[in-house]
Design a binder for this molecule. Structure first.
Ligand SMILES: NC(=O)c1ccc[n+]([C@@H]2O[C@H](COP(=O)([O-])OP(=O)(O)OC[C@H]3O[C@@H](n4cnc5c(N)ncnc54)[C@H](O)[C@@H]3O)[C@@H](O)[C@H]2O)c1
Length: 327
């Protein structure tokens, strides 16, 4: 099916964890959505609900964001570009900095060039808390000096700078959102680089101890994926541009606490297994979210425990699916 050239939004990385939730939320608000994804980490499975609920409102293109001429065509008549596509793993960026730079810097630059040429309304860019690095100063405020400690963090910072420059020079409205630790349904626990929440949940559900890299006292500001979706929608609707905003809950929890809460939700008592810490990972992280609250009226709604309960429930249902199918 094809979207008639009217109002639609583009989600790059729309087959990924956050991009698929964002696409569904846009569709449920009556927007048409064009998803661009090369399916390197995103999956067709993530798009199943979208296909079921909105078969005629969403186009999916298997498309690499580094193909500028294609982007230019696909952005014609678009409203907002929600740019989520990226190499998202810190570890992978350490192993393959060139590959990470190619997608996250060159790809983002091409998204901006195509967006400028198409005259879109706004580009909302998925940046990261990683930009702040490992300084001891907490909470992280937007005006703090970026101190990236991994190639991934460098690429996200460069992406933010390009966004700002395109706003300043080309009058292309852009806004970068520095997501902190996002979690929720559909996050992949199987990847070698998987985030802590889906890894813990899938192991705990299998009755296996969660594996913690380091001593588990590293802290993170965890945010439920629906709150990140809400931040994107607010960012697109606001006049704020040419800057970056924290998207987090404003509260820190240690990795040990996350393991404990998951145990409590499942009424289990599995002792974590501790392994050596990973390269390029920050020790402590917590956001100040007053800027996002003031400028785009962002207010996270979901507590860590509530978000973890919803995520556990989703994983439990997913685990039941093959059994249902084999009846
Ligand atoms: N999940 C988090 O906690 C978190 C935190 C901070 C920032 N972010 C950022 O949020 C965005 C979404 O992350 P996610 O967690 O949903 O990860 P994800 O890996 O699930 O999604 C990324 C998507 O981008 C696609 N992609 C990768 N390279 C591409 C390319 N060259 N062309 C087209 N598509 C490509 C992947 O196939 C995938 O669908 C990323 O930009 C990430 O850096 C995520």
């Amino acid at each position: 099916m094809s979207i008639v050239a009217t109002e639609f939004d583009v989600v790059t990385g729309g087959a990924g964890f956050i991009g698929s939730h964002l696409s569904l939320a846009l569709l449920r608000r009556g927007r048409k959505v064009r998803i661009l994804d090369n399916f390197s980490t995103g999956t067709r499975e993530n798009l199943e609900q979208i296909k079921k609920e909105h078969p005629d409102q969403c186009e999916v293109y298997e498309q690499d964001i580094r193909e500028l001429s294609e982007l230019k065509k696909l952005f014609q008549n678009a409203g907002t570009i929600y740019h989520q596509a990226a190499i998202t793993s810190v570890q992978k960026s350490v192993e393959d900095p060139l590959g990470c730079n190619s997608v996250n810097v060159e790809g983002t630059l091409k998204v901006l060039v195509a967006a400028k040429d198409a005259g879109v309304q706004k580009v909302v860019f998925a940046s990261s808390t990683a930009v702040y690095g490992d300084s001891e100063r907490l909470p992280k405020r937007e005006e703090m000096k970026p101190e990236p400690i991994s190639p991934y963090a460098v690429t996200k910072y460069v992406g933010e700078l390009y966004c700002k420059i395109f706003s300043d020079i080309h009058r292309l409205p852009t806004l970068a959102l520095r997501y902190f630790n996002v979690f929720g349904p559909k996050q992949d626990p199987k990847s070698e680089y998987a985030a802590v929440v889906p890894r813990f949940i899938s192991r705990t559900l299998a009755g296996e101890s969660p594996i913690i890299y380091g001593d588990g006292e590293q802290s993170r500001d965890f945010i439920f994926v629906q709150d990140v979706v809400a931040a994107n929608l607010l960012a697109a609707a606001s006049d704020v541009q040419g800057t970056h905003l924290n998207v987090a809950c404003g509260q820190a929890f240690t990795v040990n606490e996350v393991a404990r809460i998951i145990n409590e939700i499942l009424d289990l008592d599995l002792e974590p297994i501790y392994e050596s810490a990973r390269l390029g990972e920050v020790r402590r992280s917590q956001a100040d979210i007053s800027q996002a609250s003031k400028l785009i009226a962002f207010k996270p709604k979901c507590s860590l425990r509530n978000g973890l309960s919803q995520t556990v429930e989703w994983f439990q249902k997913k685990n039941e699916e093959p059994r249902k199918g084999s009846l």
